[in-house]
Design a binder for this molecule. Structure first.
Ligand SMILES: [Zn+2]
Length: 152
């Protein structure tokens, strides 16, 4: 099922953790409109960057979210968020740096550059966090910092 021109429900619900553990990662039907909004945000990002966006993690069912150690309130479990890489544009830092200047026009509510356990990706959510200081942050093994910071 296509959510938008370039993003499918299968892509936004694909989970290697779910496959490995045999967990169901099918979203409730009422979450599908949210996933469409998330895909629409990804389309705007794709158009802005001029390169295909790879979703490494989108929707996570409660069981999958627990298995990956995600917090209960995770935007992934609510269908709002996607973790992405855009190798055709640049590394995650370069992608996040540009997106951080285009939050409103691209409809990004939260932007997180993550560099954890040797992996790097960009988390984007349609939902704006309650704490405005959490809107644009960098998370590394050392913790969270305000803004987009270069990853070592
Ligand atoms: Zn994420």
């Amino acid at each position: 099922m296509k959510l938008t021109q370039h993003f499918s429900l299968a892509e936004l619900t694909n989970s290697t953790t779910a496959q490995r553990l045999g967990l169901d990662n099918t979203p409730a039907s009422e979450l599908v409109p949210r996933l469409v909004r998330t895909a629409e945000m990804l389309e705007r990002i794709r158009a802005e960057l001029g390169a295909p966006v790879t979703v490494t993690s989108g929707y996570r069912s409660p069981a999958v979210n627990r298995a990956v150690g995600g917090v209960t309130s995770s935007d992934h479990a609510q269908g709002h968020a996607a973790d992405i890489v855009v190798p055709g544009f640049g590394n995650p830092y370069t992608v996040a740096k540009l997106l951080s200047q285009l939050m409103a026009p691209l409809g990004i509510g939260q932007l997180v550059l993550e560099g954890v356990k040797g992996k790097q990706w960009v988390h984007v959510s349609t939902r704006t966090p309650d704490k405005i200081s959490n809107r644009v942050i960098t998370i590394t093994d050392a913790g969270a910092q305000l803004g987009i910071r270069a990853l070592s």
